[in-house]
Design a protein around this ligand. Structure first.
Ligand SMILES: O=P(O)(O)OC[C@H]1O[C@H](OP(=O)(O)OP(=O)(O)O)[C@H](O)[C@@H]1O
Ligand SMILES: Nc1nc2[nH]cnc2c(=O)[nH]1
Length: 209
């Protein structure tokens, strides 16, 4: 059976808080692009910790990508299974002038909650790089855009997707590296009290071990 790791809202908050320190000192993003749905909450929390006195909040743009499908299993329970194709459910509006300019010559932090097989992040980086090239050609500007990645959890496993080396070597922040377990995030919980109780029970078990 796949082990489950229960993560509470407070855990998410604290993971963002501690990750903001290296992200600020090593990258200082101009813009975040949150991959929905799981990247939205971490991006919003992180924004508070990236805010510098006297500077405006870092803007958050959203893209919607979906790889995991909810499928009924033999026992008729709904389980999440990895799909084979990344589906775009939402993308940047490149016709908006402000959003176009935001992409060129900027440091862009892509935010998601989990790097599992890396398929989603590979897709996001490749497609965003294409967009940047398109916008750069259109605007006739030559400034370089740098992408960084922040995830709450990176699973230490064989990845299906790959990321550019300049991202993995220096612009990739995972608050926690975990095994190949299924992570249960609080925003997916139907019963948040039960979810928190599961998280507390796992913590108690760990401290007794
Ligand atoms: O590394 P990967 O194997 O690509 O998996 C990671 C992706 O899976 C989840 O998305 P999901 O498709 O479940 O959509 P959701 O965020 O809307 O739940 C998660 O939010 C990541 O985007
Ligand atoms: N909730 C959740 N979504 C995922 N998508 C890919 N891996 C995971 C995981 O471990 N937990």
């Amino acid at each position: 059976m796949v082990e489950k790791l229960y993560v509470t809202y407070n855990d998410v908050h604290k993971l963002c808080q501690e990750s903001a320190i290296p992200i600020l000192s090593e990258f200082k993003p101009d813009l975040m692009i949150a991959i929905g749905g799981g990247g939205y909450v971490p991006a919003r929390i992180l924004r508070s910790f990236l805010k510098q006195p006297g500077s405006p909040n870092i803007p958050i743009q959203a893209i919607g990508l979906s790889l995991y499908e909810q499928l009924p299993n033999a026992a008729d329970q709904v389980v999440e299974q990895v799909g084979h194709k990344v589906t775009r459910t939402q993308w940047l509006d490149l016709t908006a002038l402000g959003s176009m300019k935001n992409l060129v010559g900027k440091r862009i932090l892509i935010v998601d909650e989990v790097d599992d097989t890396r398929t989603t992040l590979e897709y996001a980086v490749k497609e965003l790089q294409k967009d940047v090239e398109e916008v750069r050609a259109k605007l006739g500007v030559d400034e370089k855009t740098e992408f960084g990645i922040f995830v709450l959890h990176n699973k230490d496993k064989q990845k299906r997707g790959t990321l550019p080396e300049d991202v993995t070597n220096g612009r990739y922040w995972a608050a926690r590296t975990v095994g190949d377990e299924w992570i249960c995030y609080p925003w997916e919980a139907i019963d948040i009290d039960e979810h928190d109780a599961n998280a507390a029970a796992a913590l108690a078990k760990k401290s007794q071990a």
